[in-house]
Design a protein around this ligand. Structure first.
Ligand SMILES: NC(=O)c1ccc[n+]([C@@H]2O[C@H](COP(=O)([O-])OP(=O)(O)OC[C@H]3O[C@@H](n4cnc5c(N)ncnc54)[C@H](O)[C@@H]3O)[C@@H](O)[C@H]2O)c1
Ligand SMILES: O=C(O)[C@H](O)COP(=O)(O)O
Length: 396
C-alpha cells in the first residue's frame, strides 16, 4: 500500500484518483510515501524520510523546501496552468473593481442610513467621488507571461486595452499563445513607466522578492493601479502604502491581506482567493494526483519543478530501477557496469538531467535483488534508488 498524506483540503476528485486497494489517503498519517499540499507552509516541518514525492495542487511552490527535497532526491510536482483561468478571472474582477471604484462605492452605499428620499439625494450627491475610467485605450503592463500572465494579457487585448508584456524567460509555447497585439517591454522599468494598470504574475523566488519596490513605484504613472495576485513578498507593501497615500497610485488590488493594508481605503485585498473555484481545485488535484501515481508506480516524472521530465513506457515483463543522482560524469557508466556485474541485462534505459539533478530509469529483464540495489546506492553521488518489480503502465 502507498500512503498519501494531505496537508490541506484537496479536491475529492483528485483524491479519488488514488485507488483505495493500492493507496491509503489521510491527513493524519505516519510514514507517508507522498504528500499532497496547497498553501500549507512546509519549510518548518520535520519531513519523514519515507517521502518519495511532494505534489503541490496549484502553481506556486514557495511554501515547499524544494532545495532540501532535491538534496534528498525527492521530486516536487505542481499543476502548471491548472488554476490559470480562475486567477485570470479574479484579476479581471480586480481590474474592474479598481477602474470603477466599486468597493469604495459599495461601502459608501452600505453606510447610508437615511430614509428613502434622503438616500436618493445622497446617492446622487455622492457618486461623483467614485467616477472611474474605461479600459479600452488604456495600457496594462503584465509582468510574467506564464500560464496566468498570458491569459490576462490576451483578455485585456480583447477588452480593447493596449498591452505591454515583460518576461525574459517566456516559453515558446506561451509565446505562441500570446495575442499578436501584445507589445514586448524590454524591462520592468519600461513597463511600469508606460502602464496605467500593472498586473504581476511571477513566482516568488529570490530574484522576484520586492520586485516592485519604492524606486520602481516612482517610475509608475500618476494614479496607476497595481494588481498583485502572485505573492505578497513580490511587492514592498510599505512602499505601496506610501505611494497610495501620496496619490501616486490610485489603487492596490491584491490577494494577500495584511494588518497594515487591509483597511486602507485604496486597498482591495481578498483572502488568497485566486485559485479557489470548483474547477481550479479539481483540475489541480487531478493533475497532481496522476503525476504522483505515475512517479510512485512507474517512475515517470511529469511537471516537476526540480526534476527533469522523464517518461519511459515500461518494457513488457521488465523490472524497473529508478535512480536519482548528482548530475556529474560517469554515473550511467557506473550504474550499467554494476548491473552487468550482477548479470542483469538492460532492456531499456533513459537518463535525463536538470541543474544539479540527474534521473535514470533502467528496465532490466530479470529481477534485481537487494544486493545490487545496495551497490547502486553506494555509488558516490546517488541520492535515492527505488525498485519497481514487474513494472507496468499504471491502471487509470
Ligand atoms: N492568487 C492565487 O491564488 C494564485 C494562484 C495561482 C498562482 N499564483 C501565483 O502566480 C504565480 C504565477 O503562476 P503561473 O501559473 O502563471 O506560473 P508560470 O510558471 O506559468 O509563469 C510564471 C512566469 O513568470 C516568468 N518570470 C519569472 N521571473 C520573472 C521576472 N523576474 N520578470 C518577468 N517574468 C518572470 C517566468 O518566465 C514564467 O513565464 C505563481 O508562482 C504563484 O505564486 C497565485
Ligand atoms: O500558487 C497557487 O496555485 C495559488 O497560490 C493557490 O493557492 P491555494 O491552492 O492555497 O488556493
Amino acid at each position: 500500500m502507498y500512503r498519501i498524506q494531505t496537508l490541506n483540503n484537496i479536491s475529492p476528485l483528485g483524491l479519488d484518483r488514488f485507488p483505495r486497494n493500492l493507496y491509503e489517503v489521510a491527513s493524519e498519517l505516519s510514514r507517508p510515501d507522498a504528500v499532497m499540499v496547497r498553501s500549507a507552509d512546509m519549510h518548518g516541518l520535520d519531513l519523514d524520510d519515507t517521502i518519495k514525492a511532494i505534489g503541490r495542487a496549484g502553481a506556486g511552490v514557495n511554501n515547499i523546501p524544494v532545495d532540501r527535497m532535491s538534496e534528498r532526491g525527492v521530486p516536487v510536482f505542481n499543476a502548471p496552468g491548472a488554476n490559470a483561468n480562475a486567477v485570470k478571472e479574479l484579476v479581471l474582477a480586480g481590474l474592474f473593481l479598481a477602474a470603477r471604484n466599486i468597493v469604495q462605492a459599495w461601502d459608501y452605499v452600505q453606510k447610508l442610513d437615511d430614509s428613502e428620499p434622503g438616500l436618493k439625494k445622497k446617492v446622487e450627491a455622492g457618486k461623483k467621488q467614485f467616477k472611474g475610467v474605461e479600459l479600452p485605450g488604456r495600457t496594462i503592463g503584465v509582468v510574467g507571461l506564464g500560464a496566468i500572465g498570458v491569459k490576462v494579457a490576451n483578455t485585456a487585448r480583447d477588452l480593447g486595452m493596449n498591452v505591454l508584456g515583460y518576461d525574459p524567460g517566456i516559453t515558446v509555447s506561451n509565446a505562441w499563445r500570446l495575442h499578436a497585439g501584445v507589445e514586448q517591454a524590454l524591462s520592468v522599468d519600461e513597463l511600469l513607466s508606460r502602464s496605467d494598470f500593472v498586473s504581476i504574475h511571477v513566482p516568488l523566488v529570490e530574484a522576484t522578492e520586492n520586485l516592485i519596490d519604492a524606486k520602481r513605484l516612482r517610475l509608475m504613472r500618476q494614479q496607476a493601479v497595481l494588481l498583485n495576485f502572485s505573492r505578497a513578498e513580490i511587492v514592498d507593501e510599505a512602499a505601496v502604502l506610501e505611494a497610495l497615500d501620496a496619490d501616486k497610485l490610485s489603487s492596490y488590488v491584491c490577494d494577500f491581506p495584511t494588518m497594515a493594508s487591509k483597511n486602507h481605503p485604496k486597498v482591495v485585498s481578498l483572502p488568497h482567493l485566486g485559485a479557489s473555484t470548483d474547477e481550479a481545485e479539481d483540475n489541480c488535484a487531478v493533475m497532481v494526483a496522476d503525476q504522483i501515481r505515475d512517479y510512485l508506480e512507474v517512475g515517470n516524472v511529469r511537471n516537476s519543478v526540480n526534476f527533469p521530465e522523464t517518461i519511459m513506457p515500461p518494457t513488457d515483463g521488465a523490472h524497473r530501477i529508478c535512480i536519482v543522482n548528482a548530475n556529474v560524469p560517469n554515473m550511467v557508466g557506473q550504474i550499467s557496469s554494476t548491473l552487468a556485474r550482477h548479470e542483469l541485462n538492460i532492456a531499456d534505459l533513459i537518463n535525463k538531467s536538470r541543474n544539479q539533478i540527474a534521473y535514470t530509469l533502467v528496465d532490466v529483464d530479470t529481477e534485481a535483488d537487494e544486493a545490487v540495489l545496495e551497490e547502486i546506492r553506494g555509488i558516490e553521488g546517488v541520492l535515492s534508488v527505488r525498485y519497481l518489480n514487474a513494472v507496468s503502465e499504471r491502471s487509470s
